[in-house]
Design a binder for this molecule. Sequence first.
Ligand SMILES: NC(=O)c1ccc[n+]([C@@H]2O[C@H](COP(=O)([O-])OP(=O)(O)OC[C@H]3O[C@@H](n4cnc5c(N)ncnc54)[C@H](OP(=O)(O)O)[C@@H]3O)[C@@H](O)[C@H]2O)c1
Length: 253
Amino acid sequence: MPARRTVALVTGANKGIGYQVAAQLAKRGMTVLLGARNRAWGVKAAETLRAAGAGDVRPIVMDVTDPDSVGAAATHLDIHFRRLDVLVNNAATYDEAARAACTGDTRHLPSGADLDVVRAVFETNVFGVITVTNAMLPLLSRSSAPRIVNVSSGLGSLSAMSDPDGPLGKIPPSIGYIPSKTALNAVTVQYAREYRDTALLVNAADPGPCATELNPTAVRTAAAGARVAVRLATLGPDGPTGGFFNDDGPVPW
Ligand SMILES: NC(=O)c1ccc[n+]([C@@H]2O[C@H](COP(=O)([O-])OP(=O)(O)OC[C@H]3O[C@@H](n4cnc5c(N)ncnc54)[C@H](OP(=O)(O)O)[C@@H]3O)[C@@H](O)[C@H]2O)c1
């Protein structure tokens, strides 16, 4: 009898780091549900990966800010697979203030923040993760080795951002994307605490600055950035939970 394939869901996987996470998980033999809020983009991305020999990649429509679309995705997984083994919460949005801050532009300081923009960023990067996670937990509870990876950012590290001599301490302050990733780290720890005595491992990944639409001037490839999420998605039973990791190991909170 063939071994049961691991079932993975990656949100925001039609491009960038999520696309590469989907590719790398599929290459490891998993059945990968490639999440995309735009159906056509998801279908195209999954087709491209299958055509390149990535393996069993299937598109699934999911806007992480829309509970109905997340619920429909959970129902689809329940009908077709009865469970979920790996959830990678990768989808995120970026605000112009954070983009500007990374280029040294101080025109978007917290004191001038557009709250609608800040709310929209948190809606995707924090509340979207909670929406998806809670919708998928009943399916993850049917897995013998469930894993959740929240794709965070080193920019969200409180110790790094508050070190005036470090590279992140030199970035001008902004209060959309950056604190959304700090909040995501705290959310990660809270889920890990709730599930500490179970097989579920919940960790946050820092891909490092990668060349994607979100960060077009970076040098590192999205494929390289995907590796830490893949490692955390494939942890053995003795792996860590409630941690924050990059390629080199734990990242300071
Ligand atoms: N690139 C970097 O330097 C870097 C560094 C550290 C951390 N990260 C993190 O890595 C992750 C991936 O970022 P990326 O650089 O690959 O960005 P990206 O190329 O902009 O991709 C973001 C993905 O998220 C999707 N998305 C946005 N809002 C969504 C929503 N409401 N529902 C579903 N999907 C949604 C986008 O879909 P559409 O195509 O429809 O917009 C896209 O597929 C993010 O969590 C980001 O914070 C990136």
